[in-house]
Write a protein that binds this ligand. Structure first.
Ligand code: BO1
Ligand code: ZN
Length: 259
């Protein structure tokens, strides 16, 4: 069928006609009602190889978002601990944002949105690859980081310039100075986070994701955010509204841990 979009034909309300999981009971994103979050003590969440610099870092505009993958067999970033039963391997990272600074994140907190959200996507290593992992209820873990408009973030300076070179969908670029995964999340504190079970926020909306939503926001300037908004989608419009509306929380509990 036709590709999904964020407005008009095949917008979020129509996704379930082609992807039945999109009308499931454990969908993402959600609004997190801070008063109803349950505090929980969990083992510490461990990040491995986040400081290793990969050989090549690709960046691509796929018409829905901008995403990064790394070309390396060695020192692949992984996470374990926290709510995770075993080790999860890095697959890709990407962003969701709005056309102005008042919204753009997917999850919201007490109805409040952030202007951009970073998703760092991992799959459970024992399932061998992301395709296999997407068929299992505990297949994926996504680290979500929220941006607040503030001073320019030096780690996003080269990225902002590179975004200008991949304005058209299905264009790619390589970073001249490869960056470590840690640089994308800066010094964000990874000890305080919300946890809940949900889905991919785009078709096929599979309910296979352990969401880790970090409390500490990442800083970015208004101009740096604008470099995301000048990307183009598949219809030649500004790629500047690529977040799904919040979905019912249903019977789910959101946990909060501070390690
Ligand atoms: S998200 O983090 O919930 N926004 C999200 C949404 C969709 C995907 C990943 C994360 N999609 C999958 C594709 C696969 C692809 C994989 C890794 O991402 O369905 O085909 O291999 O890039
Ligand atoms: Zn995402």
């Amino acid at each position: 069928g036709r590709d999904f979009s964020y407005n008009g034909i095949m917008g979020p309300k129509d996704w379930s006609t082609e992807y039945s999981s999109c009308k499931g009971k454990h969908q993402s994103p959600i609004n997190i009602d801070i008063l109803h979050v349950k505090k929980v003590k969990l083992p510490s969440l461990n990040l491995h190889n986040f400081n290793k610099i990969p050989n090549i870092t690709h960046i691509e505009n796929n018409g829905h978002t901008v995403y990064f993958t790394i070309d390396t067999e060695e020192n692949i970033p992984t996470i374990d601990g926290g709510p995770l039963s075993s080790s999860y391997q890095f697959s890709q990272l990407h962003y969701h944002w709005g056309d102005n600074d008042s919204y753009g994140s997917e999850d919201s907190f007490n109805g409040k949105y952030f202007p951009m959200e970073l998703h760092v996507v991992f799959f459970k290593q024992e399932y061998k690859n992301i395709k296999e992992a997407m068929l299992k209820s505990d297949g994926l873990a996504v680290m979500a980081f929220f941006f607040e408009v503030s001073k320019p973030n030096p780690a996003y300076q080269e990225l902002s310039l590179l975004l200008n070179t991949i304005q058209k969908p299905h264009t790619k670029a390589n970073l001249t100075t490869p960056i470590a995964l840690q640089d994308f999340i800066q010094t964000a504190n990874t000890h305080e986070y919300y946890v809940y079970n949900g889905s991919l926020t785009t078709p096929p909306c599979l309910e296979v994701v352990t969401w880790l939503d970090f409390y500490d926001p990442i800083q970015i300037s208004h101009d740096q955010l604008e470099s995301f908004r000048q990307l183009e989608d598949l219809e030649g419009n500004s790629l500047s509204h690529n977040f799904r509306p919040v979905q019912p929380i249903g019977d789910r509990i959101v946990w909060f841990t501070s390690d």
